[in-house]
Write a protein that binds this ligand. Structure first.
Ligand SMILES: NC(=O)c1ccc[n+]([C@@H]2O[C@H](COP(=O)([O-])OP(=O)(O)OC[C@H]3O[C@@H](n4cnc5c(N)ncnc54)[C@H](OP(=O)(O)O)[C@@H]3O)[C@@H](O)[C@H]2O)c1
Length: 349
């Protein structure tokens, strides 16, 4: 950076990743503004808050006439991205658009083409359109910003301040100890990126004027190494005295018994069935690493999550203890050869 203070606009900045970016930017000496409606949360300290609503053209007028050395946007609706580009694209030095690995059409292989984009003016927030909307947003940013555009495509983002907490089940459950239901094969790969590492890389990119599109993800790790790593971190923090006993239950049995992969009620975070999601857990971390993404050890990620989230987690994934116990019980019955009746079995009269 030059001696003159650089100006950054974070579109968002009130929650999780975009808030981490704004907070780290302040700590690095940027002059930071965040622009949002102010509904999701509070921006970090020492930033200018610009109240906007990207739902219509009028709502982004407070940005007109402003200029920034760098912009970071986390939006997911093409029309909302286009609206802000119309007002700002010609007065910005570098533009990061945070996309997602959900842009890929085929999650069974890591080298898939991207989905067909939705239209540039589309406003539909349906989660089913998330990947296609992100492709359309990416295209808008590339068209308007050219080689000023930096587009990281994160995989699952975990860490401090996680407001969707799809992974929180694991540290909380492991901290309780005892027999813990572990999904699928111990060697099944999982991948994630730490929110603080991603924020730091996005700021490096803005400072170095890095452009291009990258999968933003860490190296694949076996599910067992992931769960044992969490247990190690919790032991190190003094949270657990005893190590949990993981019972590995095959994926088909879990699916038959209503355990849901990845996200939502009755789910186990990070677990994705094979082979349909083999690509989702095998993205190449090399290009992002070569372009400067530095990854924290898992223990540091778990520690930051624990300190920030464990007291009042907002769990959006995870099995209840009741459901976990029922599935483990059924699995042990099966292992003992106990005849488990099929779901449509009726007591003979
Ligand atoms: N979490 C993951 O595992 C994951 C994985 C891959 C990619 N991603 C991507 O990573 C990014 C995460 O961003 P994030 O953590 O900062 O969370 P986010 O929930 O995407 O944040 C959205 C931000 O935009 C603002 N906003 C929403 N609607 C608005 C509107 N109509 N007008 C103006 N501002 C509006 C929100 O603030 P207000 O509500 O206050 O307006 C909030 O600050 C996203 O791009 C997501 O798609 C996430």
């Amino acid at each position: 950076m030059t001696d003159q203070q650089q100006r950054m606009l974070v579109l968002g900045g009130t929650v999780y990743l975009s808030k981490a970016i704004a907070g780290q930017a302040v700590a690095r000496g940027w002059e930071v503004a965040v622009a949002a409606r102010g509904e999701s949360g509070e921006p970090p300290e020492d930033v200018e808050f610009i109240r906007i609503d990207r739902s219509d053209d009028k709502g982004v007028e407070p940005l007109r006439g402003r200029s920034f050395d760098a912009v970071v946007d986390v939006a997911r609706i093409p029309a909302q991205v286009g609206r802000v580009l119309d007002v700002l694209a010609d007065s910005v030095g570098h533009w990061t658009f945070v996309s997602s690995i959900s842009v890929y059409a085929d999650h069974s292989r890591p080298d898939s083409e991207v989905l067909e984009p939705t239209g540039p003016d589309d406003e539909d927030p349906d989660i089913e359109l998330y990947g296609r909307n992100k492709v359309a947003c990416e295209n808008l940013v590339r068209e308007r910003l050219g080689d000023k555009a930096f587009i990281p495509r994160p995989g699952l983002i975990i860490g401090a301040g996680d407001n969707v907490d799809r992974v929180g089940h694991w540290p909380l459950r492991i901290a309780e100890g005892g027999e813990v239901l572990a999904p699928g094969r111990p060697e099944r790969l999982v991948q994630w990126v730490d929110v603080a590492d991603l924020a730091s890389w996005i700021l490096d990119a803005a400072e170095r004027r890095l452009s291009g599109t990258y999968d933003a993800i860490g190296a694949p790790v076996g599910m067992a190494a992931f769960l044992e790593g969490i247990a190690d971190a919790l032991t190190g923090l003094g949270v657990t005295a005893e190590r949990p006993a993981f019972t590995w239950v095959p994926q088909d049995f879990l699916l038959e018994h209503g355990v849901v992969p990845w996200a939502g009620p009755d789910s186990l975070g990070l677990w994705l069935p094979e082979p349909d999601y083999d690509g989702m857990t095998a993205h190449d971390p090399g290009p992002a690493a070569d372009a400067g993404l530095e990854l924290s050890p898992l223990g540091a990620t778990v520690e930051r999550w624990w300190r920030a989230n464990a007291e009042a987690p907002e769990l959006h994934a995870g099995l209840s203890r009741e459901k976990e116990g029922a599935v483990l019980g059924a699995w042990h019955d099966r292992e003992r050869g106990f005849a488990v009746p099929p779901p449509d079995w009726k007591q003979p009269q």
